[in-house]
Design a protein around this ligand. Sequence first.
Ligand code: PRT
Length: 117
Amino acid sequence: MNSQADTSTTLEQLADILAARKSASPDSSYVASLHHKGLNKILEKVGEEAVETILAARDTAEGKDSQALISEVADLWFHTLVMLSHLDLSHQQVLEELQKRFNISGLVEKASRPTKS
Ligand SMILES: N=c1c2ncn([C@@H]3O[C@H](COP(=O)(O)OP(=O)(O)OP(=O)(O)O)[C@@H](O)[C@H]3O)c2ncn1[C@@H]1O[C@H](COP(=O)(O)O)[C@@H](O)[C@H]1O
């Protein structure tokens, strides 16, 4: 990583801001405006940012500036965090899910799934 910024509490800080925005005026806050527009608008933004991330990754693979990809991934993460907040879920639950998966190979996990009939 190039940056020296302390990012260890970034998700907690952002989650606190997003929680506070749930009761803010949609005229003064982008996040409040998303909550005001509702889940479908938030999901539309998540989809948009996912597509923009894919396109930026392709551009990066072809030698274009990777900063555009970093920026799109930040937009995608941000909008998924708004989605979780809108549904009263926490990024902490996602981190715990990832933590549980440490040392479990994706291939082993997939092989252990019940066979589809
Ligand atoms: N991290 C972000 C963040 N990342 C992206 N964005 C916004 O997400 C939007 C999506 O980008 P687009 O290019 O799709 O925007 P757009 O075309 O105007 O969107 P649409 O009109 O199509 O919906 C832009 O308006 C960005 O400014 C963010 N807006 C807010 N935050 C964080 O949320 C906090 C609260 O923001 P407010 O609620 O606006 O005070 C901020 O202090 C930041 O910490």
